[in-house]
Design a protein around this ligand. Structure first.
Ligand code: PLP
Length: 356
């Protein structure tokens, strides 16, 4: 018997979430962001379910090539572009689109001279201070690219640092507007948070990631309120149910001490499956469809839950760690992280199962 843990994948939810992105940004085309193995959901199944997106954005050249080899003909955007002339040759061979964020990349494009035109996304650093050109360097890079035989359509791009937070996008948006003023070129700015909250940032191409997977980019607005449906459900079962007396301890370090007589359940899911080890006592879990709370340290292959509110729970009772009925956002918040990290940390050993 295999362990009962599995990650269920709901492609209908993915399509619903893409439809919400389109409804919220009706005039923009959509790059579905599928980096990090589609935020842990599996690249090929995700791209298949999102076949109606206008293109797919990711980081890894190998993943882009895999998509082309699998017959994906839509635009594919490399969010960090290429790193060498060899990479650039592969980009040309597979008709990929690339982000250009450094002088070195411009130099390579100008000197390489492959007989091909590549769609380019020229990235302006508007305050993230990670990738991209300063406004002055941006103008020079654009001029060089416009004189470069390998440059296909050029799209102007930036990335927001705080579209999900209190500062919002205003400063960065204004810097982008002034650096691109008067340029009649397509633009791409919005991640999920900007797509949902700042229509002025939609422009020609939006780049939603997390919302497609059914999680909220915002700490103060739930996925459910936004109409988003969870795509991944991490599901398992109770391996064991046991009675504790008052004062009995549970798990490593004996960190949980029963305050009274109570029942706990042992769940087949641990940090080696991708569940956060630092989730504290009280992190929400669904047992037999009802809310329960973790009690005791998460170990490698197991975790323990307080069954006080679930008297009917017995061995084999279904457990949802996150997903349908319990948003990964809520589990992430309890564990001091964000849903992005829970989803893309799903361990390779967890079998993934497609619902249909
Ligand atoms: C990851 C990423 C996105 C998507 O961000 P979400 O917050 O998941 O919507 C968009 N643009 C770039 C450049 C990214 O790296």
């Amino acid at each position: 018997m295999p362990r009962p843990i599995r990650a269920l994948f709901d492609s209908a939810a993915l399509r619903n979430n893409l439809a919400i992105a389109r409804a919220r940004a009706p005039s923009a085309r959509v790059w579905a962001v599928v980096k990090a193995n589609a935020y842990g959901h599996g690249l090929s199944r995700t791209v298949e379910a999102l076949a109606s997106a206008d293109g797919f954005a990711l980081l890894d050249l190998d993943e882009a090539v895999r998509l082309r080899d699998a017959g994906v003909r839509k635009p594919i955007l490399l969010l960090e572009g290429f790193f060498s002339l060899d990479d650039l040759a592969t980009v040309v061979e597979h008709s990929l689109s690339v982000v250009i964020h450094s002088e070195e990349q411009v130099d390579m494009l100008v000197s390489a001279g492959f007989p091909a035109r590549i769609p380019l996304y020229l990235k302006l650093d508007t305050g993230m201070n990670r990738l991209g050109f300063s406004p002055a360097a941006f103008a020079i890079a654009l001029e060089r690219l416009q004189g470069c035989r390998m440059a296909g359509e050029i799209t102007l791009m930036t990335h927001f640092a705080d579209a999900d937070g209190e500062r919002g996008i205003r400063d960065q948006f204004e810097r982008f507007a002034s650096a691109t003023d008067g340029l009649a070129l397509p633009r791409s700015l919005a991640n999920s948070a900007a797509l949902l909250r700042y229509p002025e940032s939609h422009a020609e191409w939006v780049r939603p990631g997390i919302m497609l997977y059914g999680c909220s980019p915002f700490p103060d607005e739930s996925a459910q309120t936004l109409g988003l449906q969870p795509v991944m459900t991490l599901a398992s079962e109770l391996l064991v149910v046991r009675e504790l007396g008052k004062g009995d301890r549970v798990g490593y370090g004996g960190a949980f001490v029963a305050p009274k007589r109570m029942r706990i359940g042992v769940v087949a899911c641990g940090y080696a499956d991708g569940y956060p080890r630092h989730a504290p006592d009280g992190t929400p879990v669904l047992v037999a469809g009802r809310r329960a709370r973790t009690a005791g340290r998460v170990s490698m292959d197991m975790l323990t839950v307080d069954l006080t509110g679930v008297p009917e729970a017995a061995i084999g009772a279904p457990v949802t760690l996150w997903g349908q009925g319990l948003s990964a956002d809520e589990v992430a918040a309890a564990a001091g992280t964000i849903s992005y990290e829970l989803l893309c940390r799903l361990a390779a050993r967890v079998p993934q199962v497609d619902l249909d």
